[in-house]
Design a protein around this ligand. Structure first.
Ligand code: ACO
Length: 463
């Protein structure tokens, strides 16, 4: 059982540095906890206030008579050690330290002392220099970021605070459902490996996304990442890839970004999917969190545009996925329902005059065929057929067959295609504005499957 269980499922949480002043971080964190609907007990801690946001306020954690599992600390750096002592003596086991002004500005001694003090009390520290954390299964949003995070199955660990907060907002915009968001900042104590151990056991999480500048203990990361990757995909945006980026990381969280080739090798060995950009990461997250993992990598592409099909085929090939001839029985079934001028190869080209129904029938047949592992649907907006009609046809085929098979859709065109893409997203059917992005995301899922197979073989050989 992960030692972080109570961090994510606290029965009582105290905000130390809670304030009535609505511009202060301590106020905003408390407000988010209350307004997002945390299910446990909440205690503001402030030296002078008697009540904040309608809750009774306490002068110190040690004056709270009920059990407090977590303190969220938002007092200036020079006051943090006293807060740790007070809470540690009161038996608190987790401190979430939002405060900046530690290793990232060269204040290494203060950071070391923070960890030493906490250890004395058997307390784990998240941070310092963070925006807090979210765990949606218990409606806990202890951050000063956006409040209305969409509950779901993706855990997001971020070493960057500002980028992390911005991405919290992007997950809402993109319709990505979140189980947890954890700002790790300087990673003085709790690090990626600790969190991966928790998320491995967490039934509410099925995909983990990490924004990483550096890792403290590479060997342990590889060990833990390999273990979780056998069950759940881990996607990493490794920043500080270049010399300029590494310099920026050093002054941001005090991290050593290290040699990117070493990181890439470690990621490959541990089955981690490495991405370069936020856009790529979110694309992967959608396909990996909304689809099952396939048993093979036989992809069928269904398109109304030859060019889109060629682009998708190239992208898949670049990612090591090569299209094979579609299964004979699938072709025969298609022949019965499509006109003679449709091209029944792979990609299946429905031609530019394809109505919604041709999409519906081909997707349905592909879903029903056991020799097809994954489906890529491409639609180029024509005056003949509405994008929303095609999106609904794809959704109907899935709904009627009740077959859960990896699928990725590209809705290529103007505002109507964009609306159709959004519609599919609300149904948790991954949809993208270009054939390349749809193909690349689907390839990530297939790559994960292969990596997982390799890990299982490697580990069973060792045993
Ligand atoms: N126990 C409880 N409350 C205390 C204590 C104590 N020991 N000491 C002080 N307080 C109270 C203060 O009285 C104040 O409440 P008040 O408004 O009622 O007077 C409250 O705690 C906050 O203290 P302030 O001195 O007003 O500090 P302020 O809120 O201005 O700043 C903060 C504190 C936010 C922690 C600041 O020092 C800091 O580190 N800011 C940067 C935070 C940050 O950016 N973190 C990284 C995030 S990631 C990103 O980049 C987005």
């Amino acid at each position: 059982m992960s030692s972080l269980k109570d961090l994510f499922n606290p029965s009582g949480i105290a905000v130390v540095g809670a304030s009535k002043d609505p511009t202060k971080i301590g106020h905003l964190v408390l407000r988010n906890i209350v307004e997002y609907g945390f299910k446990g007990r909440v205690y503001p801690v402030n030296p002078t206030a008697t009540e904040i946001l309608g809750l009774k306020s306490y002068p110190a954690v040690s004056t709270i008579s009920d059990k407090v599992d977590v303190i969220v600390v938002s007092v200036p750096n020079v006051k943090v050690l006293d807060v740790i002592d007070d809470a540690g003596k009161a038996g608190v086991k987790h401190a979430v330290v939002i405060t900046s002004g530690f290793k990232e500005i060269g204040n290494v001694e203060l950071e070391n002392e923070l960890v030493q003090r906490a250890r004395k009390y058997g307390m784990r520290v998240l941070g310092p220099n963070i925006f807090g954390y979210v765990y949606t299964p218990v409606r806990l949003n202890a951050t000063f970021g956006p409040r209305d995070v969409i509950p779901g199955n993706v855990a997001f660990i971020t070493q960057s605070g500002a980028l992390g907060i911005a991405l919290m907002g992007s997950t809402i915009q993109e319709g990505i459902g979140i189980s947890a968001i954890v700002s790790v900042g300087n990673k003085a104590d709790i690090d990626d490996a600790d969190l991966l151990e928790f998320f491995d056991e967490d039934p509410n999480t099925s995909v983990v996304l990490i924004y990483m500048e550096g890792v403290n203990n590479g060997r342990r990361f590889v060990e833990v990442a390999s273990k979780i990757s056998m069950r759940k995909p881990v996607i990493v945006i490794k920043s500080g890839r270049t010399e300029a980026g590494a310099r920026a990381a050093a002054s941001h969280t005090g991290s050593l970004a290290g040699n990117i080739l070493i990181y890439e090798t470690a990621f490959r060995q541990s089955g981690v999917l490495s991405v370069k950009s936020v856009e790529e990461a979110f694309d992967f997250v959608k396909t990996l969190s909304w689809n099952p993992v396939p048993t093979g990598d036989r992809v069928v592409v269904i398109t109304n545009g030859g060019g889109a099909g060629v682009q998708a085929s190239d992208t898949l090939a670049d990612d090591g996925i090569f299209l094979e001839k579609p299964p004979q029985d699938f072709v025969e079934e298609l022949r019965k329902v499509l006109p003679p001028f449709a091209s029944l190869a792979n990609p299946v080209d429905l031609t530019g005059m394809a109505p919604e129904d041709w999409y519906y029938m081909s997707v349905k047949l592909a879903l029903q065929n056991p020799q097809i592992d994954a489906i890529l649907v491409l639609y180029c907006h024509t005056a003949l057929t509405s994008p929303i009609g095609v999106a609904k046809a794809v959704a109907r085929a899935i709904e009627e067959t009740k077959i859960s098979k990896p699928i990725s859709v590209a809705m290529i065109g103007g505002p109507d295609a964009y609306e159709a893409m959004r519609y599919l997203t609300t149904l948790r059917i991954p949809a993208y504005p270009t054939p390349e992005r749809a193909a690349h995301a689907l390839a990530a899922l297939l790559k994960y499957r292969k990596g997982r197979e390799y890990l299982v073989k490697r580990i069973s050989k060792k045993q």
